[in-house]
Ligand binder design. Structure first.
Ligand SMILES: [Fe+2]
Length: 478
């Protein structure tokens, strides 16, 4: 009898990886459950589905695991209607994940290993391919539900969260899109960007409200090396891209070095890309880093008066840069003057390690009233990507209130409009939360009118929902 030694790097030590254990520990079961227990009362006019994606490796990763950049995607869906709730969750079934399920173990190496399985293990169609990772976000646009990867093609899902397949928009956007597209609530357009390791290194595209491609991938000029950008913003006039000096360095990998190179002396620049296709305007600043934008808007939509951008500012990208400067993060405001090419920045909050900023999506591209985001109260036992509070900031007044969630670790807040009411002070903020004491998970509903008071309703989830990344509220009537 012969035994086959599995090829590829050995599995990582999941038990001691903070993003593979504890509240991040992946779940395996795909379940459907109805009539969930509600503590408090779900708003009777709340009608729709909250979806949230996140890295959830089906098998113990091989060789390396870098949260939040990799892991199989799992979409969790919570349907609310007539005061009741039901839940479903599904993996995003890429061909790579299905090959691993068939094998009963991980076949692809972690991102830092560069290992891909051969044809003897996964057949000629998957051999040599890197793993698709549609595990970051989920959006609905043009009648399609999309699980989003980082500058790769998304995967389309059915309303029941079954995986339909890779989405290239009729072949018009083959290289993929970013994980944080922005839908303009006024035009219905979805605007995306995509970075790549080969020229053109950075492109942007526009999908019409019907999902058809309105602008094919268009190069952003004078970006002459591969740069990592995670999020974007829009205004009525511009697409806003913040280019921190985090570059892909393929040659360094060949020498055994890091794929990503942080070059703080280069500073940070912002591209204001006219949505009408005009010449790109650039503005420059001392170095800063951002993963996530909250929103941007034109100072004056009828004139070139500049752009205001609210975002979470870091001194450097954690884990992807040398630890030579203290890591601080908080909400900042940048005033970008395209005529002068300048960026004026100031903090709107104390830096507390916040992340996942959201606004009422109906305000994307114009002045917003409130930014909500995950925050920390100062506990020392929370890991990266874990929050025990939600902070609500009114940038115009500087007023901030915090819901301290106690034993709950909370995720990205998502705004649910009150049907028929165009007011960000009405409606609700929702998210998943998990109790650190017993690992029960909850869907929490926080009233926008008084968010500091905490949830008016909690839905007990039938299984733990691991801490994850980004989500969306899909109104039933849309
Ligand atoms: Fe993100």
């Amino acid at each position: 009898m012969t035994t086959t030694v599995p090829s590829g790097p050995p599995p990582v030590d999941a038990v001691h990886d903070p993003h593979l254990s504890g509240l991040f520990e992946p779940v395996i079961d795909e379940i459907d459950a109805g009539d969930l227990e509600v503590i408090g009362e779900l708003p009777p006019d709340m009608d729709g589905t909250y979806l949230r994606n996140g890295p959830n490796p089906r098998f113990t990763p091989l060789g390396s695991y870098v949260y939040p950049l990799e892991g199989d995607g799992m979409v969790h869906g919570l349907v609310v209607s007539e005061g009741r709730a039901r839940y479903s969750n599904r993996f995003v079934h890429t061909p790579m994940l299905d090959a691993e399920i068939a094998a009963g173990r991980a076949l692809w190496g972690g991102l830092m290993t560069g290992y891909t399985p051969g044809a003897d293990e996964v057949g000629p169609s998957l051999a040599g391919l890197t793993k698709d990772l549609p595990d970051i976000n989920v959006v609905r646009h043009g009648g399609k539900l999309l699980a989003l990867a980082e500058s790769n093609p998304p995967y389309a899902l059915s309303p029941e969260l079954a995986t339909l397949g890779k989405e290239t928009f009729g072949g018009s956007i083959p290289a993929g899109i970013c994980a944080h597209p922005k839908v303009d609530p006024r035009t219905g357009e979805m605007i995306v960007f995509c970075y790549g390791l080969e020229p053109p290194y950075l492109t942007w595209s526009v999908l019409g409200p019907d999902g058809g491609t309105r602008r094919a991938p268009t190069a952003v000029p004078t970006v002459d090396e591969p740069v990592m950008i995670h999020d974007m913003a829009i205004t009525a006039r511009y697409v806003v891209l913040v280019l921190g000096p985090l570059y892909f360095d393929v040659a360094a990998v060949m020498r055994g070095g890091s794929l990503l190179s942080w070059r703080p002396d280069d500073g940070t620049r912002v591209a204001l890309i006219p949505r009408d296709g005009g010449p790109v305007r650039w503005a420059h600043s001392d170095v800063f880093w951002t993963w996530h934008s909250a929103n941007a808007y034109d100072v004056d939509e009828s004139a070139d008066g500049g752009v205001v951008l609210d975002y979470v500012q870091w001194s450097r990208p954690a884990g992807l840069s040398p630890r030579d400067t203290p890591l601080v993060g908080g909400i900042a405001r940048a005033e970008i003057d395209p005529a002068r090419g300048t960026i004026t920045r100031r903090m709107l909050t104390e830096p507390q390690g916040m992340e996942f900023p959201r606004v009422d999506d109906r305000r994307l591209g114009r002045r917003h009233d409130v930014v909500a985001l995950g925050a920390k109260t100062g506990r020392v036992d929370l890991t990266t990507g874990e929050f025990d509070a939600v902070l609500f900031l009114e940038p115009a007044t500087g007023t901030a209130v915090t819901w301290e969630a106690g034993d709950l670790s909370v995720g990205e807040p998502c705004f649910v409009p009150k049907p028929g009411v165009d007011d960000s002070a009405q409606g609700w903020w929702v998210t998943f939360a998990t109790d650190r004491t017993d690992r029960t998970s909850w869907f929490v509903v926080i009233p926008a009118a008084d968010p500091g008071s905490g949830p008016v309703a909690r839905v007990r989830m039938p299984a733990r929902v691991p801490l994850g990344l980004h989500g969306a509220w899909l109104p039933t009537q849309e």
